[in-house]
Design a protein around this ligand. Structure first.
Ligand SMILES: N[C@@H](CCC(=O)N[C@@H](CS)C(=O)NCC(=O)O)C(=O)O
Length: 202
């Protein structure tokens, strides 16, 4: 049985829940007690020395980092699909998808998710700077999506799953999305996928 450690209000945890729901994969969710810093406890640090979540355990195989977990789930549990568009074998498609996995962890997580964490959780940081950098990211993502259905290839992939949560949570980061038409249309396409599930704040 797969175990997923994380938190319901965590966008990085939601990425994994969303892909597992789209692929109809069964798992056990274990909500961390972060008020008691369970993610910094000795036993959790044995799973992830970074002291961060999500963490996924499949049998005895332990994976940390949401992008790495998406690759694992897409490859292992998407393999039964005739066309594994979530993370395909084709080297060029795989590379384009991987580019967006880094965007999810760099530009998106370190700007939009940071702004949200300052507002929603009172985390320290420079809100104006995070919002300004986040808007710069949204601008080029909007432009990119203006003539595309999906971020990396002509089908939905883990690039879309990785980038979606913290863009969709932008209102909580103090950044309204009403003028981003291409992004809104991309949200609608994602939300219409069979097995789509949401999270608090989206
Ligand atoms: N690159 C990592 C980032 C993980 C991360 O920073 N997770 C946040 C929750 S969304 C966390 O663990 N925060 C608690 C902390 O850093 O102490 C990933 O994508 O999984």
């Amino acid at each position: 049985m797969i175990k997923l450690y994380g938190l319901d209000i965590s966008g990085n945890t939601y990425k994994i829940k969303l892909l597992m729901s789209l692929l109809d994969v069964n798992y056990q969710f274990i909500a961390l007690d972060i008020s008691n810093k369970q993610h910094k406890s000795d036993s959790f640090l044995q799973l992830n020395p970074r002291g961060e979540f999500p963490v996924l355990i499949d049998d005895a195989f332990v994976i940390w980092d949401s992008q790495a977990i998406l690759i694992y789930i897409a490859r292992k549990y998407g393999a039964q699909l005739k066309d594994n568009h979530w993370y395909p074998d084709d080297i060029e498609k795989m590379t384009l998808i991987t580019q967006w996995l880094t965007v999810a962890n760099d530009e998106i997580f370190h700007t939009l998710a940071r702004a949200r964490s300052i507002i929603k959780f009172g985390h320290p940081g420079n809100l104006d700077l995070a919002q300004e950098q986040g808007k710069a990211t949204l601008k080029w993502v909007e432009q990119h999506l203006s003539n595309k259905q999906w971020l990396a290839t002509d089908k939905p992939s883990i690039a879309d799953i990785a980038c979606y949560p913290y863009i969709a949570l932008c209102e909580e980061a103090g950044i309204p999305l009403k003028h981003y038409d291409a992004i809104q249309n991309w949200f609608k396409r994602l939300q219409q996928l069979k097995g789509y599930t949401s999270m608090p704040g989206i």
